[in-house]
Design a protein around this ligand. Structure first.
Ligand SMILES: Nc1ncnc2c1ncn2[C@@H]1O[C@H](COP(=O)(O)OP(=O)(O)O)[C@@H](O)[C@H]1O
Ligand SMILES: [Mg+2]
Length: 358
C-alpha cells in the first residue's frame, strides 16, 4: 500500500571500485510501502546499490536519503533497514526462535514482547511449528522463511532483499514469490528486491528499475517495462525476441529489407531513413486465423516445437527475417498438429502489438 511518502532517494549516486564503475548516476525515488525491484544481469551493480542503502558501502559521489534524511553519517546499525541475503546467514548454533529473537534481545526488548513478536513473525512466514529446530534441520525454503522472519521482526522501514530466492528450485521459488508479495502487502514495509529473473520482477513488483553496467536503463511499472521497453538492452533482457531490423519509410511504414513493409506505431520523432527495430511478441502473433484490421504477412514454417501448453512455430519471411509465434494449446480437437515444417502460412498481428525500438 503506497502512501506516497518517500522511503529512499538516490541523488546522482555513483560507486567506483578502482577502475570499476559499479553504479553510475543513480537517480531514483522509492516510495513508502512500495515493492521496488532492481533487475539486471550479474555484475550490473544491484548488490552494490543495496549495500549503499544498508550503509556497508559509501557512494563515491551523490547522496542517499532514508525517510528524507541524508544518511552518509549514519552507521549501518542505526539505519532503519534490514537485509535478507540469498545465503540466509542464519546462526547455526541457535534454534529458529532464537535466530528470529536475536535482534530484539540485543536491543533489550522485554521477554514477553519478544515472545509475542517472534511468534507473530513466524506465523507470518508460516513456520510457527518449527521454532525449536536448528537451521541444519530445515529445508532451503524454510531457512529463507526464518531469515525473512528475523528481518521482519525488527519492523524496519525498509527491507532489502538480495536474490533471496536464488538458491531455491523453480517450483518453490514461484510459490515463495507469491507468499513474499502477500507478506509485503500485509506488513506494508518498503521492499527493495534484487533479482536477475525478469519473470520474478514482473510478477512481484510495483515498479522495476532495469540496470545494465551500473546504469538504470528504464524504471517503471511491470506493464511499462514489458509492453514498452526502451531500447535494445531492456527489450532483450525482458525476454523480447522477434527483433527485425528495418528502416522508416515515407509512408510511416518500416521496410524490413526483403521488399516487405510493415505498418508500425512509430514514435513522433522518427524520420524517414531512421534505422529501427520492430518486434512482435510471439504470443501476439496469429497463425492462419487472421482477423480484419491485422497486419498480415506470408511466410514458410521453418521449425515447429511442441512445448506442451503451447507450440512454437518459427516462420521464415525470406531474406533471413523470421518471426517466432506461440500457439496456445486449446480445447479444439487436433489444434496442436495443424502445421507442418515447410508449409506456407499466413501470420498476422494487431498493429498496436508491434513495438518499435531504437
Ligand atoms: N568490493 C568490491 N571491490 C571491487 N569490485 C567490486 C566490489 N563489489 C562489487 N564490485 C564490482 O562491481 C560491479 C557490480 O557488482 P555487484 O553490485 O555485485 O553486481 P550484481 O549484484 O548486480 O551482480 C562488478 O563488476 C563487481 O565485480
Ligand atoms: Mg549481486
Amino acid at each position: 500500500m503506497i502512501d506516497g511518502g518517500e522511503a529512499i532517494r538516490f541523488e546522482s549516486v555513483s560507486k567506483r571500485f578502482g577502475e570499476t564503475e559499479a553504479v553510475k548516476g543513480l537517480d531514483i525515488t522509492i516510495e513508502q510501502g512500495e515493492f521496488f525491484s532492481l533487475l539486471g544481469p550479474s555484475g550490473c551493480g544491484k548488490t552494490t546499490t543495496l549495500r549503499m542503502v544498508a550503509g556497508f558501502e559509501q557512494p563515491s559521489e551523490g547522496r542517499i536519503f532514508l525517510d528524507g534524511q541524508p544518511v552518509e553519517t549514519v552507521p549501518p546499525y542505526q539505519r532503519n533497514v534490514n537485509t535478507v541475503f540469498q545465503s540466509y546467514a542464519l546462526f547455526e548454533n541457535l534454534d529458529v526462535f532464537e535466530n528470529v529473537a536475536f535482534g530484539l534481545k540485543r536491543r533489550k526488548v522485554a521477554r514477553d514482547e519478544i515472545r509475542r513478536r517472534v511468534t507473530a513473525a513466524l506465523e507470518l512466514v508460516q513456520l510457527p511449528a518449527r521454532s525449536d529446530a536448528k537451521p541444519r534441520e530445515l529445508s532451503g525454503g524454510q531457512k529463507q522463511r526464518v531469515a525473512l522472519a528475523r528481518a521482519l521482526v525488527n519492523r524496519p522501514g525498509v527491507l532489502l532483499l538480495d536474490e533471496p530466492l536464488g538458491a531455491l528450485d523453480l517450483k518453490l521459488r514461484r510459490q515463495m514469490q507469491l507468499e513474499l508479495k502477500a507478506i509485503q502487502r500485509e506488513v506494508g514495509i518498503t521492499f527493495v528486491y534484487v533479482t536477475h529473473d525478469q519473470e520474478e520482477a514482473l510478477s512481484m513488483s510495483d515498479r522495476i528499475a532495469v540496470m545494465d553496467a551500473g546504469e538504470v536503463k528504464q524504471c517503471g511499472q511491470p506493464e511499462d517495462i514489458y509492453e514498452r521497453p526502451r531500447g535494445e538492452f531492456v527489450a532483450g533482457f525482458i525476454g523480447i525476441s522477434n527483433l527485425l531490423e528495418g528502416r522508416v519509410e515515407d509512408s510511416g511504414e518500416v521496410a524490413i529489407g526483403n521488399g516487405l513493409r510493415i505498418p508500425a506505431p512509430l514514435p513522433n520523432d522518427c524520420a524517414r531513413g531512421d534505422a529501427v527495430q520492430i518486434s512482435v511478441r510471439p504470443e501476439k502473433i496469429a497463425v492462419q486465423e487472421i482477423e480484419p484490421g491485422m497486419v498480415s504477412l506470408e511466410g514458410r514454417i521453418e521449425t515447429r516445437v511442441y512445448l506442451g501448453v503451447s507450440t512454437q512455430i518459427t516462420v521464415s519471411l525470406g531474406d533471413g527475417a523470421r518471426l517466432v509465434a506461440l500457439e496456445q494449446a486449446t480445447y479444439r480437437a487436433q489444434a496442436d498438429d495443424r502445421w507442418e515444417v515447410g508449409q506456407r502460412i499466413r501470420i498476422g498481428w494487431r498493429p498496436e502489438h508491434c513495438l518499435v525500438l531504437r
